[in-house]
Design a protein around this ligand. Structure first.
Ligand SMILES: O=P(O)(O)OC[C@H]1O[C@@H](O)[C@H](O)[C@@H](O)[C@@H]1O
Length: 316
């Protein structure tokens, strides 16, 4: 499907020296000649680090996050599929845990496609893509039983200069249709939440999970975080949500074929209640801006595919 506002993808070009890619003990790391780097666990295909060429880390990961595959990672970019939040009991996903099984399944590293631009192009064209796959056969028996559909996921993580693109491709490999939700649960690092605001969500309707899932309209175009925030912004018209710190642009998050965005910060009490959230005042250093398709359900007929994701630009 051709979409009118489709962002330009970070596509690997074909000439020049190669970025470095290493895969070792369930971790895949890629580094560009510019110094930009990304690190991804095969567990959950979770991106756990994304640094700009300056060395600046763009993602927040809890100091108590489990990185050994024993539970979903508290931080980075966990992949949420096929349900967001606790699934409705009367839906086909009803027996799955909160946020589904993708974030705590063991994915396969499918390989890289890398590039450098060569002498004639600018270094900004350099990029490397890491592909990860998850299909029914790789699921735990428990997950297979709870959601008995044949599917194939390919998650493509593309690192460019000052940019990270993460795209999820969902394919129905079975003989019956299925419904799903998906979301990229990105934990972004900020210096100081009290000086941080998001832009691009003005006039959008959101469901406030902190206020009994009631619907509200975002009147202030600049959203400041001054307490617990857990909101699902729906059917957003502007493609890019920006994180701004002290009036300076920090990160631009552009949705691709996704209409919803969750804004989440647990703040003091919720952070205290999470065993894997450290340091306890870490809520001052993070903000989740999670792009997804979580309002209602995406239906996929046998053989059909859906693709959605984000391109994030770092300004530092
Ligand atoms: O603790 P989890 O399962 O990783 O979820 C973290 C948060 O994820 C957000 O996406 C949800 O909107 C919140 O309600 C939830 O608390």
């Amino acid at each position: 499907m051709d979409r009118p506002n489709k962002p330009a993808a970070l596509s690997p070009s074909s000439t020049g020296p190669q970025p470095t890619v290493r895969s070792d003990k369930g971790r895949v790391t890629a580094t560009l000649p510019t110094g930009d780097s990304v690190e991804v666990l095969t567990y959950g295909a979770t991106v756990i680090s994304w640094k700009s060429g300056s060395g600046q880390e763009n993602l927040w990961v809890s100091e108590a996050a489990k990185l050994d595959g024993s539970k979903p990672v508290r931080g980075g970019i966990p992949v949420v599929f096929p349900c967001f939040g606790p699934p409705p009991k009367d839906h086909a996903t009803g027996k799955l845990p909160q946020h589904g099984f993708a974030r705590n399944s063991q994915w396969e590293f499918l390989g890289k496609s890398s590039s450098e631009s060569g002498a004639s192009s600018s270094k900004a064209d350099d990029s490397v893509t890491l592909d990860f796959g998850l299909s029914t056969a790789q699921l735990s028996e428990e997950a297979k039983k709870a959601w008995p559909f044949d599917f194939g996921l390919v998650y493509s993580v593309t690192l460019g200069k000052g940019r990270l693109q993460t795209m999820l491709n969902v394919r129905n490999e079975g003989k019956t249709s299925f419904e799903f939700q998906m979301l990229l649960h990105s934990y972004f690092r900020v210096e100081d939440i009290s000086r941080t605001e998001t832009r691009g969500l003005g006039s959008v309707t959101y469901v406030d999970k902190v206020l009994n899932a009631t619907e509200h309209q975002q009147t202030d175009p600049n959203v400041r975080i001054t307490g617990e925030v857990d909101r699902v912004y729906k059917s957003i018209k502007i493609d890019t949500t920006s994180i701004v710190e002290g009036g300076q642009p920090r990160l631009d998050i552009t949705r691709d074929n996704l209409e919803d965005t969750v804004l989440w910060n647990p703040w003091i009490e919720k952070a205290k209640g999470m065993g894997d959230f450290e340091p306890k005042d870490g809520y001052k250093k993070m903000l989740c801006v999670e792009v997804g398709a979580v309002e209602g359900w995406q239906k996929l007929e046998p053989g059909d595919t859906f693709e959605g994701g984000q391109i994030v630009k770092s300004h530092v």
